[in-house]
Design a protein around this ligand. Structure first.
Ligand code: AMP
Ligand code: MG
Length: 346
């Protein structure tokens, strides 16, 4: 079985800054959460903000990694036990997103993520019987919390999953980390900067020249961009089958986002979903969920969220780039990209 793994970043920041008169710039990069991350901050507190952000990301990986044996998630997946209140709060949000998205986003899909092993060096196309055996282990009802009497009030909790079940925060952890970076930037007075954690982008304030940041949405069918979004103070998160996949010997392509309803890689009519909103955790959960839903259900879901709206760019397998109307004044078509541009009506 031949494996092809695309680690290309889903989004890229197109920066063009004037050098003269610009505030102090600090930049750092790191590899964490299985992805390459770059952080840029401007202003007097920039160095400290980046040092603290990198430390926070590494600490979050320590809590949320599935593979580190002393992580909170590892503990939950191996009998349960004491975990930080931060982990409990993120789990609670993840379960709420599962509820909200009708189970399209579901962290308990972990046993099926492992069965297919698409993110690993040894992907596997399982039999239907293997899938059927694991499907009953998927569902929020398999996750439980409990208070620990000996723990200091509010500092620790207990979380566990039912026998055979497991959780995978790969669909939400980077978004959560980007929210943490936003808070750290604010605490250090950083009013301008960009953060790219794999496909998860945070644009802080405006560029130093006072203009919005340009965030390029990757063309899922090529190396270039499909469009450019001019944005400030928001999160831009892309999910797509093209980001991680493998090609079986018979030529079938299996991508890494599992449809919790079928236990197989989602057969989405979307190539990528980009969600834009001021909450990085929400944007991350939604981008994964909308990819699973497919175009029609994703648009229906977007329409239902008008009390707390978000924006999105859906790139369809039949060659359309579908945008929510809030992006009208922020959107530039990329020269050379062949997608038919459509704007949704409210
Ligand atoms: P993302 O790149 O944010 O769309 O997240 C995809 C990753 O989340 C996968 O590589 C899996 O680790 C995990 N995952 C796969 N399918 C789902 C799903 N339906 N809901 C939540 N997480 C998932
Ligand atoms: Mg996600």
């Amino acid at each position: 079985m031949k494996r092809a793994l695309s680690l290309a970043a889903a989004l890229a920041l197109v920066l063009s800054l004037t050098a003269c008169g610009a505030p102090k710039k600090a930049e750092t990069s790191l590899f964490a959460m299985d992805t390459y991350m770059t952080l840029v901050a401007y202003g007097d507190g920039a160095d400290e903000a980046l040092t603290e952000s990198a430390r926070a990301i590494n600490e979050l990986e320590q809590l949320l990694s599935r593979t580190r044996e002393d992580s909170d998630v590892w503990r939950i997946n191996h009998g349960g036990g004491k975990v930080s209140s931060e982990t409990v709060q993120l789990l609670a949000r993840a379960l709420a997103f599962s509820d909200e998205t009708g189970g399209a986003f579901d962290i308990t899909v972990a046993p099926l993520v492992d069965l297919w092993a698409i993110n690993s060096d040894h992907p596997h196309v399982p039999s239907q019987a293997e899938i059927d055996a694991l499907l009953p282990l998927v569902g929020s009802e398999h996750v439980s919390f409990g208070a620990r009497e000996s723990a200091a009030p509010g500092s620790y909790d207990v979380a566990y999953v039912d026998e055979g079940c497991a959780i995978d925060l790969g669909g939400i952890a980077k978004g959560y980390a980007s929210d943490a970076v936003k808070e750290i930037f604010a605490a250090h007075g950083v009013k301008s900067g960009t953060v790219s954690l794999g496909g998860n982008v945070y644009v802080c304030g405006m560029r130093p020249d006072g203009k919005p940041w340009n965030v390029a949405v990757q063309d899922p069918q090529g190396d270039g961009y499909a469009c450019i979004l001019s944005l400030s103070d928001t999160f831009v998160v892309t999910s797509g089958g093209y980001q991680r996949f493998f090609t079986a010997e018979d030529g079938t392509v299996y991508q890494h986002i599992i449809d919790p309803a079928t236990g197989a890689p989602a057969r989405s009519d979307l190539l990528s979903v980009t969600v834009i909103c001021p909450d990085g955790t929400r944007a991350d959960a939604y981008s994964t969920a909308l990819y699973v839903m497919g175009e029609e259900a994703a648009v229906g879901f977007w329409r239902l969220q008008q009390d707390d709206p978000f924006e999105a760019v859906l790139i369809t397998a039949d060659g359309r780039l579908v945008c929510t109307p809030g992006l009208t004044d922020h959107f530039t078509k990329q020269e050379g990209a062949s997608y038919e541009i459509q704007f949704l009506s409210r």
